[in-house]
Design a protein around this ligand. Structure first.
Ligand code: ZN
Length: 506
């Protein structure tokens, strides 16, 4: 499409933008639900969210949308091309087709049940009592199976339909194809590290880091990498997340542990990485695919890049170790930069995914991927999840969780209906390594820049190459356009081997 936009195109855009505005109200309520909502307001909030999601669904499936899409597809037949207009049309069609397959009753029921289920999960996790969560997990799995059946393609695994919601175009088979070689490499690397005589000093990061001081330090780091606090904020929540409400309003959360320094800081850098993506989207395109992130995997590539490739680099600490020593004089007294750098990169099998090191992290993801598929197909009963979790955990990570809070109940995702979501974390790690290499090829030695506190070149590069493009391309096409490569586990493995080879003297 070129020249002035047709009336049908303008009407489509207007409709999408109004729907997105309504959706942003639900996002804001969702953020509030996880941060400040008083416990007794849970049921009211569940009803509010169900009402709003029903309204959004009604607008997203309005017959007029179908008419406009068909008309525009006819008008532009054969035009092809990778223009913003073509991308908006392509992705609006995709969302519409998916939405019309979902009965409104199912949308509202999913919204209501997942809010209540998350509240039950919080309690069950605190009490380490899976039996309290089980009936909710059963309900959620049943509803998600119903969703997958409604929107899935004939003959494809049900899990594909859920995965596709988060990572458009990705299939279960494609995930297997990269996870299998990645797992082999990671297991070998973990073994090599376990056999190394060098071991970073973990006690450096488990000393007491006063929470008040951490509350000052985290935002300072987020601001340094470019997160705009006049268009966002940072609060505390049980499960850290980033919520891009809309232009000018992006909300991050983190959680503090006085005796585990990495949690809040790297959590904040991670969420700020997501936040930079949200803040880098084209403001005027809000509500249309061109103003939206590509996929969760691409989103995660941004957060993991800032958390790990930047935040856990030695260069980052060349710049931040001195401020850290000023902010935390007691725990860091007498500690050297090198010892500190090594201790924030300690590789150790552990129970909690969000606290896992860069090397074992993806094994945590693969475990969840292995469980979710049979859960959705019906081959694994919800009641058997703890046993299968523990067995697989032992196989992948080498440990047996002492209870389900440190095992299958640690993540919020399943209670929130986010099944098919986990693989995007590991995809994000792989995308991150590929993007990082491409950025460095263009920008020169990035570590040198980080050491001088220069994070703007990388941020601006990501903005131009990824953020501002919205959904112009799907993930695989974007990766190709930016890096010249297809998805591969190899750049990530090379990064891990180089970095941890040096730390552990392999
Ligand atoms: Zn993330």
């Amino acid at each position: 499409m070129s020249g002035p936009h047709s009336p049908a195109y303008l009407e489509l855009v207007e409709h999408l933008q109004q729907t997105a505005l309504l959706g942003s109200c639900a996002h804001l309520l969702g953020w509030d639900e996880q941060t400040y909502l008083p416990p007794k307001g849970g049921e009211l909030r569940a009803n509010q969210m169900a009402l709003l999601s029903g309204m959004v669904h009604e607008r997203a499936t309005a017959p007029r949308m179908g008419e406009l899409l068909s008309q525009l597809e006819e008008e532009t037949a054969g035009a092809g091309g990778e223009t913003p207009e073509a991308a908006n049309l392509r992705e609006a069609r995709r969302s519409y087709d998916r939405a019309v397959c979902m009965p409104k009753r199912l949308v509202e029921e999913l919204s209501r049940v997942t809010i209540l289920s998350q509240q039950a999960w919080v309690e069950a996790r605190q009490q380490k009592d899976f039996s309290k969560f089980l009936p909710w997990l059963e309900k959620v799995v049943t509803l998600k199976r119903e969703e997958a059946t409604a929107v899935g393609k004939d003959g494809a695994p049900l899990y594909d339909a859920l995965l596709d919601d988060y990572e458009p175009g990705m299939t279960t088979d494609m995930v297997h194809a990269v996870f299998t070689p990645l797992r082999e490499e990671l297991v070998a690397l973990v073994q090599q590290i376990a056999g190394s005589e060098r071991s970073p000093d973990r006690s450096l990061i488990t000393r007491e880091y006063p929470i008040e001081a951490q509350r000052r330090f985290g935002p300072r780091a987020a601001e340094a990498i470019g997160f705009d606090f006049s268009a966002g904020r940072l609060d505390e929540a049980a499960h850290p997340f980033c919520s891009g409400i809309g232009p000018g309003d992006c909300r991050l959360t983190t959680r503090y542990d006085a005796h585990f320094f990495p949690q809040a800081l790297f959590g904040t850098l991670h969420e700020a990485g997501h936040g930079l993506y949200e803040q880098g989207l084209q403001r005027d395109a809000f509500g249309t695919p061109m103003g939206h992130s590509v996929s969760l995997g691409i989103h995660e590539s941004q957060s993991r890049m800032w958390e790990n490739f930047v935040g856990r680099s030695r260069a980052f600490w060349e710049c931040f170790f001195e401020p850290a020593c000023e902010t935390f004089p007691e725990p860091l007294a007498g500690v050297t930069l090198d010892d500190f750098y090594r201790s924030v990169n300690i590789v150790e099998p552990s129970f909690i995914r969000v606290e896992a090191d860069e090397v074992t992290y993806n094994l945590h993801i693969m475990l969840r991927f292995e469980l979710e598929q049979p859960l959705i197909s019906g081959d694994l009963r919800a009641a058997d999840v703890p046993a299968v979790w523990n067995e697989t955990f032992k196989k992948y990570i080498g440990l047996t969780p002492p209870d389900d809070a440190l095992g299958c109940m640690q993540d919020v995702h399943w209670s929130g209906g986010l099944i098919g979501y986990f693989p995007t974390y590991a995809l994000g790690n792989m995308y991150a390594a590929q993007f990082y290499n491409a950025a460095e090829a263009e920008l020169g030695n990035l570590h040198e820049q980080f050491a001088h506190g220069e994070f703007a070149p990388l941020r601006d590069w990501l903005r131009t190459n990824i953020h501002e493009r919205g959904q112009l391309y799907r993930a695989d096409r974007l990766l190709k356009a930016v890096t010249g490569q297809s998805l591969s586990h190899e750049p990530l493995v090379a990064h891990l081997r180089q970095k941890f080879g040096a730390i552990y003297d392999l």
